[in-house]
Design a protein around this ligand. Sequence first.
Ligand SMILES: [Fe+2]
Length: 541
Amino acid sequence: MSNQSDSSTPNSRRDFLGGAIGVAAGVAAGVAAGAGAAALLGGASAALAQPPAGAPVGGPPAGGPPGNPQANTGPRLFRAEVEIRHCEVEGTIPSDLNGAFYRVGPDAQFPLRQGNIPFDGEGHVGMFRIKNGRVDYKTRFVRNERWEAQDKAGKLLFPMYRNPMMDDPSVKGLSRSTANTHIINHKNLLLALKEDSPPSAMDLLTLEMVDPVFKFDGQLNSQTFTAHPKIDSRTGNMVAFGYESEGFGSDVVTAFEITPQGKKVWEAKVKVPYVGMLHDFAVTDNYVVLYVIPMAINHVQMQEGGIHWNWDPALTTFFGAFRRDGNGSDIRWFEGPHRSATHVMGAWDDNGRIFVDVEMSESNPFPFMPMKDGSRWDPVKGASFITRLSANMNDKSVNGYTIERLSPWQGALPRQDDRYNTQHYRYGFLGSRDINAPQGQQGNACYVRFDHSTGKQDYWNAGPGASLAECCFAPKSATSAEGEGYLVGVVTRQNEGGRTDFVILDAQHLADGPVATVRLPVRNPGQIHGWWVREDQMPQA
Ligand SMILES: [Fe+2]
């Protein structure tokens, strides 16, 4: 382990972790086995109903439960970069699981400024390299322009979430990317993503920085790049977009498609009804779908030193779809009720009708995001459930889209077998609370598999004191059947000081529990998203 350090600051650990990524972990303690329940995070009044994007499921903050005096005795920052060779494994690593699991989350270099939110903080990447039954673990900060500038200065230079007006003058012209949201492979590179900036490219094996501002060899015609590109199920092409793509506050979205070899083969530009958070999107065989939610830009709030977004209860939602072979001028906007949806489980189109499965809540899902009308955050309306949205591109007489809740399982970070990003799919996965816990008892954290063809859900209950980060599906091979493979994810053991396990489950037999558990001797920074890279996609050392 190296680079672990402390920092004396006005922020207590509870303030920092409890108010930052720890909210995520803490939320989990409050995720209830059904809508209507909530929990209080320590002495704070925020009642939490679901993890924010990227939050683990289950357990209190890693620093200890709210109110626990031990919570304030440890370091206030994490920042430990770790390398462990020949990790300790319980069970047997499957012989057909070779490749690497990558994860990323915010791990603030310096304490967050008062009023900032847990989506800020510099990206820290972890890699579980699995080959022939051996597991090596390594983590590195994303040493991009932001990280390097702040490291050199020894202080925060980008003090407020997506508010360049608050930046230190010395960073003018530098990328603001935290690179803390998602991580994908492209052309033998590992791209660390933050949706307000171009990617930062790292070496897949060493995690060393290759290009801190990666623009696809000059082809990126957008100032931003989504944290959630999709891989076309037929071609392997990457379909991506950038919003606020023509500059800060821009209402232009640029969508594009890039081959596995790195050649841009399509681009379109559209304008959104209002500038809101476009965190994820959907891609089908024929369409690109944007979903505009009332997490809207607030320039006044930023001028007063606040963050980029606020939740505007007066706004409706817009489901926008346009063809992948056009220039965007064919976009149709279907208006819908006030809702939130930030992540897609899967999407497809069938004879002009588009289906998009999302996690959906009735209102603001993030307790730390300001409400424009000053109202109190509502944990019940902020709870998310897997929901199917559908719109008919052929029926010009309809201006709305349909909404159908698919399940009572509650959670915010759905995944699928990523080889089915753009086509009709059968299996989805979600971290959630055990909804079958005895009445009156809070359910443990679970990984759930949804079988959309039967309507059944299977799950693994991680047991008391466990928090679960977002899971990820790893196929047995490039050609295995949908869902034939492993579900992998990181477990935080709250009752073991926040120690971390990496679990590998047979995705077709979740209830049997992990086939292998990689036991790490340390805590780890929080995760927003994770990504599996198959052995055939890895560079050979
Ligand atoms: Fe996300």
